[in-house]
Each structure stands twice: as C-alpha cells, then as structure tokens.
Design a protein around this ligand. Structure first.
Ligand code: SF4
Length: 451
C-alpha cells in the first residue's frame, strides 16, 4: 500500500510518544477536507437525551438528520419504549423558504396527543439555525397547551463540535432537574450520570450500588424516566461516567443544588472496582457500605478470573488500536487491554481536552500514536505501520478495521452486549479474543504479507 500523507494542518493533532516534547492541539473545529470521524452537535445531544424512554424526541429538520435511529443507538428500557420511535418534522424546500414553525407546532400537537409522553425534546438541526425558526417560542406554547415540559435542544449541527451537543443536552436536562418532589429520598443516595444502558449496562451498575446499600435516584440517561430526572436534585452525590457528556450537568447541579460529584468509569476490573470504592468512601460515615463493597468486588472478580486468565494466554503480545468518542473511555480500555496482555499502539478520541491527552501521554508506551479528531486515512496509516491486530471503536471505525483485515470490537452505542461492570469485562475479553484469534485474518492479503 502506498504511503499515506498527513495533511499539514493536522500535524499538531497527532503525536508519537517519545519522539518530541509533548504538544497536542485539541478542542477545535474539524479541518475542512479532513473527513473527520467526529459526529455533529445534534448527534452529541441525541446520544445524551435519547435513552429517556418515556419522552418524545422530535427532530426539527430534514429527514436525513433523523437517520441515527434507535436501531444503531440501542439504549434499552425496562418499561416504555417511546424513545425507539424516530420523529422528524421532515422540513422540505417550501418550509425552508417560508419557515418551519407551523409544521413544528402541528407535529408537537399531534404527537403529544397520540403518544402522551412525560416530556418532549425538540432538536434544532442546521437548517433551523439558518432559517431562524423560533423553536423556543413554539415549545413554550406547546408546553402551556399540553401541560408537559416541552424542551428545545439547541443543537444546530454546524455550531461547534459533538461536545457542544452534550452541552445543549445538559442545558435541556437541567430545566427538568429540580421540578419534582424529593420527599422520600434518603441522605445516602446517588444519581448515575453518563451511563446510557447500552446492552443493559445501567442495570448491572445500578445493581452493584443497590447491593452496597445505596439507592439510585435517577440514571441519566440510561433506562431514563422524566419523573426520576425531575427529582434528581434530592440525591446526595452525582457519579459521572464519561469525561465529556454529563460533566456540564454535574457542574450545574453542584453550583445550584450543592450536590458534589465524582468521576467514574465502569470498564475494566480496576476502574469498575475503583468506581464502587470511591462511592463507598464518599459515604464513609456508613462503614457497612464499604464492607459490602469489598464483598461484591471479591465475589465478582473471583467469578470472572478463571476464564480471563485462559483468554490472556492467547492474547499476550497482540497489538491494539483505540479510537473512541470521549478520552475517559480510552483510559479504561488501555488498562483493560494491558490486563489481557495486549499492547496499545494507537489511541485517539473525538472530544479529548488538554488534560485528557496529558493523561494519555503518561499512560502510553513510547512509540504509541496519540490522535485528536482523526480521519480514516490517518487511522489506516498508523494501523498498518503499527501492525495492529485489533481496532476498538464504533460504527464509523468498523469498516476501517475490516478493510485493513484486522479484528474489531464495537465499544460504542451500536453494540448489543454489556461491556461495563465485572461481567462486562468478561464479555469484552471474550469478544476481543474471538475477533483477534479468528482464522479468517490469515486470508487477508495485507495480513498474510505481514505474517
Ligand atoms: S450536520 Fe446538520 S444537517 Fe448534518 S446531521 Fe447534523 S444537524 Fe443534520
């Protein structure tokens, strides 16, 4: 394969550890012509809000913006499943010329009457920002007429990065927080933030906390319910997973309601155990919680270790590439892969900040490629150079892995199995093992040449 050049303006967002003093540019708009792997602002907001299962999610824009349906963002619900419906105002040329407010008002009127949701989120897409529809005014009117919260999400795709979509979603969520009764919430209680219940992960995590003796007031937003979010200001602590998505909300809840927050990751044995111990530590005046936590961690680790040890023997020395949305997940994945005996040769994220990349620099071995806001050509180039055996990413990274003829592990919202928690670590190890050791790769010409 011919050598793949890197665009000059992209050089500052790529670092080879150990080759030069560490300097990474990040947090800026994607370079035109680079075909970024990053999703738009609107996509960032819907990732956060869509798992709220008893709310109406209406995309105000052309039908194409609604393409990311539940089927590829499969957050599970234990009850209502209104979130699986994909509603759009389907704006056409005439609406763009004369405005889409009437169409939006009519859609809200019809959908709220038909589906009786607990709340409605209205997502603004690019064209709505351009034609200047007053979405907030339409929402206010519908809220008054229908008696449910109707929340505008200012997520016009062009106005920033995916991270701005997280912020738009948090702004909308924050309007719900504080509007419900906290009467029966105990002083030992938490909210789980940034957990979207992919493959039932939120249920696993919630079960651990409840076994520890800590009630969960709300999960934002996995298996989410509007009424739980409305009363979430009654919890004693916010436990925030994922570096980007829900931190904005945690900050706002801390400032307004005085609720402290800690960060957590539920991927990998070390980070999963640390998440539980950190929460137990927070409630240190209740020593029984820590005692129960130790027992849970001991039991869970004992259950999964025999099989993990067997898998580790096959994976020792294999090389992995990671490209994920939030860098916080990459930290856990590096640790989990090392636990399986593998080496990480490439790691990157869509939305990492200065501090995230400094952490990655400290965690990675010399020679590891660290990338911000990468494109397919860059990922392909370094996968070939580093002879990776496995690529971990999401729906947009999958075809790159298969074109390169290497194993792939979906660690994004499209997967159907839980990879979080102790049980999830075992699933992760099994999936990595199955993919990396598949005999099919020996028939791929590039891999056969590599040997
Ligand atoms: S970039 Fe704009 S037009 Fe494209 S999907 Fe996002 S909101 Fe829709």
């Amino acid at each position: 394969m011919p050598s793949i050049p890197i665009l000059e303006e992209r050089q500052a967002q790529i670092h080879r550890k150990g080759s030069a003093p560490f300097e990474m540019t990040c947090g800026k708009h994607s370079l035109a012509g680079s075909v970024s792997q990053r999703a738009c602002v609107f996509c960032g907001s819907r990732v956060v809000l869509y798992p709220i299962a008893d709310a109406l999610h209406l995309i105000h824009g052309p039908i194409g913006c609604a393409a990311y349906t539940w089927d590829i963002r499969g957050a599970l619900s234990s009850g209502p499943e209104l979130h699986r419906m994909s509603f759009s105002t389907d704006l056409r040329e005439k609406d763009v010329i004369f405005g889409g407010e009437k169409k939006l008002a009519a859609a809200l009127d019809e959908l709220i009457d038909q589906y009786q949701p607990k709340a409605a989120f209205v997502y603004s897409t690019c064209i709505v920002g351009i034609i200047g529809d007053d979405v907030a005014a339409v929402c206010r009117k519908a809220e008054k007429e229908k008696g449910i919260p109707v929340l505008p999400v200012h997520s016009e795709g062009f106005k920033g990065t995916k991270k701005d979509g997280y912020k738009a979603a948090c702004d909308a969520l924050f309007k719900l927080v504080g509007t419900g009764s906290t009467a029966d919430i105990t002083p030992v209680s938490i909210n789980i933030l940034g957990e979207f219940n992919i493959g039932g992960e939120a249920w696993l995590i919630k079960k651990y906390y409840e076994e520890m003796g800590i009630p969960v007031v709300s999960i934002m937003t996995g298996d989410g319910r509007v009424d739980q979010i409305r009363r979430s200001h009654g919890a004693a602590l916010n436990v925030v997973q994922c570096s980007g998505a829900l931190t904005f909300l945690a900050d706002m809840m801390q400032e307004t309601y005085g609720i402290p927050y800690i960060r957590a990751s539920y991927f990998g044995i070390d980070d999963m155990a640390k998440a539980l111990y950190d929460v137990a530590d927070h409630f240190e005046t209740h020593p029984a919680i820590m005692a129960r936590t130790r027992e849970i961690v001991r039991r869970e680790v004992e259950t999964i270790m025999p099989e993990i040890n067997r898998i580790r023997r096959d994976l020792a020395g294999k090389r992995a590439a990671i490209y994920v949305g939030g860098a916080f997940k990459a930290f856990s994945l590096i640790k989990a892969l090392r636990y399986l005996g593998m080496t990480v040769v490439l790691v990157g994220s869509q939305t990492g900040n200065d501090s995230d990349y400094a952490t990655l620099r400290d965690m990675c071995d010399d020679g590891t490629i660290i990338l911000d806001d990468a494109n397919p050509l860059e990922l392909s180039k370094y996968i070939i150079e580093k002879q990776a055996d496995l690529f971990i990413g999401g729906v947009k990274e999958r075809p790159i892995a298969f074109k390169m003829g290497i194993g792939f592990c979906d660690h994004n919202h499209e997967r159907k199995i839980p990879l979080a928690g102790f049980a999830g670590m075992l699933q992760f190890a099994r999936e990595v093992h199955t993919s990396v050791t598949s005999p099919v790769w020996q028939f791929v010409p590039t891999r056969a040449a590599v040997g």
